[in-house]
Write a protein that binds this ligand. Structure first.
Ligand code: LLP
Length: 446
């Protein structure tokens, strides 16, 4: 977050609050989220895309992807900043409902939505359900018919773009579970069949088409190719069937910096590039410009948060280095893969800094590890941290806002940490820490 500064005495502070104070008051590990930073990024997406697409004659709807991090407080900030909210389960819909988010501002995703989830979405009057498969279109139709409602539907298509990111977070190539393929070996493609099914369904209003090519993406080429393929598909549907697909959602996936090696491009630049591609394609295909929507999650919440850990055990081992035997120091902290499984899941890189004091000790190659009973329980694989880091020190790991707390587990019966939001020199809990009693409360024999 931009509002983290180091005090002259050497301690990190965010919005005037020292990390020592935060750890003492709220415990550790602790997710510390800057409200101002979150809001700034949310606003930046809205403004940048609105401006870039202004010439095409329409606003842009920015749906914050709640899967990246969600609680009622964050849902309210998202509404305050004029964004909408993308959900992908009944649970996320419930958070939105409790936060008072108007149904029209909500979207529902998912490749295997239950009937109950579809019903909840329709009862809330969601602005759109993004249908993922042909059978789902039939289910939406019959649930909407039974409740006498009209479901607003987008179709999730797979444009066949292979985004350069980790295999498990790339989502638009053919051989994976999401979406309706644009490629048909014989006869109409699944995407075309879906357009026909949705337009024929009496209780479905087909709004448009959607794609999401993956996550933590830096090159804009993938987005551009996806936009071209979807617009090409729109033109085909118009000429073949007279169907106008008025909305085009280009998904989320904008990459952020986890370490100094990552170089994300400014949001405004990406927006301008996407607007240029859409404008050019629409002219070429003689298509009216569609209404655009996007679904960023990570790029809004990721950088707004850091995790505070307290160091416990310190040990040094001798390893084979490129230039002969070298030392590596292991710094064990009081959390780990249960509050941030991303290093284990995706080989994700993070960085760490000594947070509670300054040190002039020479940096030492260190590995920050958790307290779980697995040797793969790594928080930061390689970090150069001062040689005098000791038990009791605090480490801050930046950029843990997205896909950390929401992916957290109770492995080894560790309670999940609290999330505190800081704003104007005050911190408040927006999700409290679990207690051991919370965990035991689901065990009837405990
Ligand atoms: N829209 C759809 C349909 C999505 O599936 C996703 C993310 C997003 C938007 C938001 O993408 P973002 O802007 O946050 O990249 N757990 C993985 C990431 C999974 C992303 C799932 N879908 C990770 O920690 O890297």
């Amino acid at each position: 977050a931009h509002d983290v500064v180091r005090h002259p005495a050497g301690e990190l502070a965010i919005d005037g609050l020292s990390v020592q104070q935060l750890a003492e008051e709220f415990g550790s590990p602790l997710f510390v989220l800057s409200e101002a930073d979150f809001r700034r990024r949310a606003r930046e997406f809205r403004n940048a895309f609105d401006e870039a697409f202004a010439e095409l004659g329409g606003g842009v709807d920015v749906y914050y992807a709640g899967k990246s991090f969600l609680c009622t407080e964050v849902a309210r900030w998202v509404m305050d900043e004029g964004l909408r909210l993308d959900t992908c389960s009944g649970g996320e819909l419930l958070v939105a409902q409790r936060a008072g988010v108007p149904g029209v501002k909500l979207g529902l995703h998912g490749n295997n939505k239950s009937d109950a989830e579809i019903r909840r979405a329709l009862d809330l009057g969601v602005g759109r359900i993004v249908a993922d498969s042909l059978p789902e279109i039939q289910r939406i139709e019959s649930i909407a018919a039974a409740s006498g409602r009209i479901a607003k539907v987008m179709l999730r298509l797979t444009p066949g773009v292979h985004a350069h990111t980790h295999e498990f977070i790339a989502t638009a190539h053919e051989d994976q579970k999401f979406g309706l393929s644009l490629a048909g070996s014989d006869g109409p493609s699944p995407a075309e069949q879906a357009v026909l099914a949705a337009t024929a369904a009496e209780h479905i209003e087909l709004l448009g088409i959607h794609c999401h090519i993956g996550s933590q993406i830096f090159e804009s080429e993938g987005f551009a190719v996806a936009a071209q393929r979807l617009l090409g598909f729109s033109a085909k549907m118009k000429s073949r069937h007279g169907v106008e697909l008025g909305e085009l959602d280009l998904g989320g996936g904008y990459g952020i910096a986890y370490t100094e090696a990552d170089n994300p491009r400014p949001t405004a630049e990406i927006a301008r590039e996407m607007a240029a591609v859409v404008a050019e394609e629409c002219t070429r295909l003689a298509l009216p410009a569609p209404r655009i929507s996007i679904e960023p999650g990570r790029a809004i919440v990721g950088p707004s948060t850091f995790t505070l850990y307290r160091v416990g055990t310190v040990k040094t081992v001798v390893v084979d280095g490129a230039a002969g035997p070298a030392e590596r120091r292991y710094l064990s902290v009081d959390g780990g893969m249960s509050d941030n499984p991303r290093p284990v899941l995706y080989d994700a890189d993070y960085s760490a800094v000594l947070a509670n004091r300054a040190s002039s000790a020479a940096p030492v190659l260190s590995r920050v590890v958790g307290k779980h009973c697995e040797s793969g329980d790594i928080v930061v694989r390689d970090a150069y941290l001062p040689g005098d880091v000791r038990a009791g020190d605090l480490l801050a790991v930046p950029a843990t806002g997205a896909y950390c707390w929401v992916l957290a587990s109770n492995y080894n019966y560790l309670p999940r940490p609290a999330v505190v939001a800081v704003r104007d020199g005050a911190a408040r809990v927006i999700v409290r820490a679990e207690t051991e009693e919370d965990l035991l409360s689901r065990d009837p024999g405990a």
